[in-house]
Design a protein around this ligand. Structure first.
Ligand SMILES: *Cc1c(COP(=O)(O)O)cnc(C)c1O
Length: 355
C-alpha cells in the first residue's frame, strides 16, 4: 500500500467553526487558507460549510483546481504575484496581497483592459523580514500605490509574521500596522477598511483579548488543520489536533546496534546523523520517506516510538519501548507538523483517505 493520509473532514470543519466563532466575536473576518492542502476541494467545501466566506491560496494552480471542482470564490491570493501570472490571478481571485508598485501597475493595466475589478491589500513588513514595504517607508509607498489605482481597488493593509524572523504578533506590531493605515487614510482622504493582521500565530492575541481594535481580518491555515501554532510553539487546546493522521507499513523489523560499523561520511541527504550508543535496539523500517513527508517531524501515535532517521523511501523507527507487538506488514500511525503535512498533501505517492 501507499502511505495513507487520513483526513477527518468533520474535525477540519469543527476547527474552522471554532476559529470563525472566536474571530467573529472580536469583529475579525476569517480567510481560511488551503495552500497546505494543495487546494483540496473536499477540504475547501467543508470550510465553506463551516461558514467561511473567503478562501486564501498561495498558488494559482490550486485556485484553478478548486474552481474546476466546483468550489466558488471569493478567493484571496496570498503570495505576492509573479508578473508572469497577473492575468490568471486577477481573472480568478477577488483579493490579492501586493508589495510592489510595478506589480500593482500591471494589475491596474490588466484590470482596465478587461474591465475587471480586484481588491488589493498592500503588505507591510513590521519586522519579520518576509514580504511587504518596510514599516518605516510604508506610508509613502502605499500613498504612491493609491495613485496608480483606478480599476484596481486598494482596500487595505496587511502583514505577515512568524515566517522568516519568527516574529510573534504583538500589540505593538499590530498598532504599527493600524497607524500606517491611519496615516495613509489621512494623506489620501480615502478609506482602507481592511486590516489583515494575522495568521495562526496571532490567534493567541485574540484569545487573550490583547489584539488592538481595528485589526479586522486574519488569514488562517495551520490552526484549522492541525490545532497547533508552531511560531508560539503551542498546541491550541480548544481545537482538534488529529484531523490528519499518516499511516505507513512496516517492511523490516530487526534488532541492530545503535551505532554504525565502519568509517562514516554523510548520509544520502548530505547530513551527518548523530549516533548515541544505546546498545542494540528493535527498529522498524517503514515504506515511507523524505519524498512523502518530513519524517523527522512526525509524532508517532505509539507513545514510546521514536523516528530516528529517514532517506527518500525508508524511515527507521526505534520501537524497542513500544507497548504493543508490531510485525512486518503492520502499520504505524503518526500526527504531523505543518511541514510534514505540506509534503504529504502535495506528494502523489501518499493516498488521501477522507473520513
Ligand atoms: C500561509 C499564509 C498564511 C496562513 O498562515 P498559517 O500560519 O497557516 O495560519 C497567511 N498569510 C499568508 C501571506 C500566508 O502565506
Amino acid at each position: 500500500m501507499r502511505p495513507r493520509l487520513y483526513v477527518d473532514l468533520s474535525k477540519v470543519q469543527a476547527n474552522a467553526q471554532r476559529v470563525l466563532e472566536l474571530l467573529s466575536k472580536h469583529g475579525i473576518e476569517l480567510v481560511a487558507v488551503t495552500k497546505v492542502t494543495l487546494g483540496d476541494p473536499k477540504i475547501a467545501t467543508v470550510l465553506r460549510e463551516a461558514g467561511v466566506r473567503i478562501i486564501g491560496e498561495s498558488r494559482i494552480q490550486n485556485v484553478e483546481r478548486l474552481i474546476s471542482n466546483g468550489v466558488t470564490g471569493p478567493f484571496m491570493m496570498l503570495r505576492i504575484p509573479q508578473l508572469s501570472e497577473i492575468d490568471r490571478i486577477v481573472s480568478l481571485c477577488d483579493y490579492v496581497l501586493v508589495s510592489e508598485l510595478d506589480v500593482l501597475g500591471r494589475i491596474e493595466e490588466f484590470c482596465r483592459e478587461k474591465r475587471r475589478r480586484v481588491k488589493l491589500i498592500y503588505m507591510v513588513d513590521v519586522g519579520d523580514l518576509r514580504e511587504g514595504a518596510w514599516y518605516e517607508n510604508a506610508v509613502e509607498e502605499i500613498v504612491e500605490a493609491v495613485k496608480l489605482c483606478d480599476w484596481a481597488e486598494l482596500c487595505g493593509v496587511g502583514t505577515n509574521l512568524g515566517c522568516y524572523g519568527g516574529v510573534l504578533a504583538s500589540e505593538e506590531n499590530m498598532r504599527m500596522l493600524l497607524n500606517i493605515r491611519d496615516n495613509v487614510e489621512k494623506l489620501t482622504k480615502k478609506s482602507f477598511p481592511i486590516v489583515s493582521g494575522g495568521n495562526t500565530s496571532a490567534l493567541k492575541l485574540v484569545e487573550e483579548s490583547r489584539l488592538p481594535w481595528g485589526v479586522n481580518q486574519f488569514r488562517v491555515g495551520e490552526a484549522i488543520y492541525l490545532g497547533t501554532d508552531v511560531t508560539n510553539n503551542r498546541e491550541i487546546s480548544w481545537l482538534e489536533r488529529d484531523a490528519f493522521i499518516l499511516e505507513a507499513e512496516v517492511i523490516e523489523l530487526k534488532s541492530k546496534p545503535s551505532v554504525p560499523v565502519g568509517e562514516t561520511g554523510f548520509d544520502a541527504f548530505g547530513r551527518r546523523p548523530n549516533f548515541v550508543n544505546r546498545g542494540w535496539r528493535l527498529r522498524a523500517i517503514l515504506a515511507l520517506g523524505e519524498q512523502d513527508t518530513v519524517p523527522s517531524q512526525l509524532k508517532p501515535l505509539d507513545g514510546k516510538a521514536e523516528v530516528i532517521h529517514a532517506s527518500s523511501d525508508h524511515t527507521i523507527v526505534d520501537i524497542s519501548d513500544v507497548d504493543r507487538s508490531i510485525c512486518v506488514g503492520d502499520t504505524m500511525k503518526f500526527r504531523l507538523t505543518y511541514a510534514a503535512l505540506l509534503r504529504a498533501m502535495t506528494c502523489p505517492h501518499v493516498e488521501k483517505v477522507y473520513v
